[in-house]
Design a protein around this ligand. Sequence first.
Ligand SMILES: Cc1cc2nc3c(=O)[nH]c(=O)nc-3n(C[C@H](O)[C@H](O)[C@H](O)COP(=O)(O)OP(=O)(O)OC[C@H]3O[C@@H](n4cnc5c(N)ncnc54)[C@H](O)[C@@H]3O)c2cc1C
Length: 325
Amino acid sequence: MADIIIAYGEYFQGRLHPASLEILTPLYEIAEKMKKRLVLLILSKDKEEIKNSPDLKKALCHEVWIVESSEFTGFKDDLYSRVVTEVVREKNSYGVFFPSTFQGLSLAPRIAGLLGVGLCAHVNAFELGEDKLLMLRPTYGENIMAKLYSTTLPIMATIALGAFPIREALQEPEFKEIRLSADFNWKSKIRLRKFISSKKEPNRLSVAKVVLAGGLGLKKRENFEKLQDLAKHLEAEVGVTRPLCYAGWMDEEHMIGVSGVTVRPKLYIGFGISGAIQHTSGMENSEFIIAVNTDKEAPLVKMAHLSLICDAGALLDALLKRLRV
Ligand SMILES: Cc1cc2nc3c(=O)[nH]c(=O)nc-3n(C[C@H](O)[C@H](O)[C@H](O)COP(=O)(O)OP(=O)(O)OC[C@H]3O[C@@H](n4cnc5c(N)ncnc54)[C@H](O)[C@@H]3O)c2cc1C
């Protein structure tokens, strides 16, 4: 019987991507209800590093499985997908789930192809029916939530970034080393000649405690730069609405909403954001919401805990002036 649920843990350059822990939150509940074991699967060149990771000692899963190989330097998607497929087949898994990180999005379709099963993308909620696991995701122009179920096993899905909060386990998971069969083909077609680290800061928007978000009401790029400046002072992360991504002011990884990242910070401040449903669905669980808008009828103003009816650019000037004194 397929009694294992596998969550893929993205471990890259000595760091576990926090989204790997986010996806454990719903999966653990599902595993407990279905009396299955939730496993976090990690591919690493150093198993001791994994065993000693403080984040993993608190991971909300029953077991952490480590496949160790010196081949796991850089990211070789052909090899990684064959390794995960081998583990999934060998262990007769009920489900395999991936965070929507760069590795997860690359591996999930490859593995679904190798296994010949369906894949549900960008899931942001689950429901456990009588005999089915339902996966919810926005569809039809992000206007409705579709409930999907898989007709093939293992069930496979990628889970939206930030859709679930990280929860810590009460007890340490069991760490196990998984060895592949002796005839496993470790060859990759990818030759890593040189690794150049991205200069971009890692995207921590989904786990940020304070989020400053900018919308079209900022009017000028110069005002958006002031918002970025204020974020540095407050150690906050910056998010945006879709029009700002389209204007090229920020990359799409920082778009908050149904087509982007879900945030749930302690404090969210929206500067010049109307509060369209496609945006608010990605921030409505923020603990304290402040809206800065010239229109007191704007939906975000109505949903906010505190609203400042004023020009967003002028407020940014005033705040920065105060912080610099
Ligand atoms: C399929 C689909 C998916 C989408 N997905 C997303 C998504 O994931 N995320 C997302 O954000 N959007 C998404 N959108 C777009 C979304 O519908 C809205 O168009 C978008 O969120 C609006 O962005 P905005 O609030 O910046 O702009 P607007 O709606 O134009 O709002 C600008 C606001 O600024 C205020 N304002 C004007 N001047 C000032 C000033 N001087 N100072 C302060 N405030 C001022 C205005 O009163 C207004 O409320 C999606 C749309 C579709 C169709």
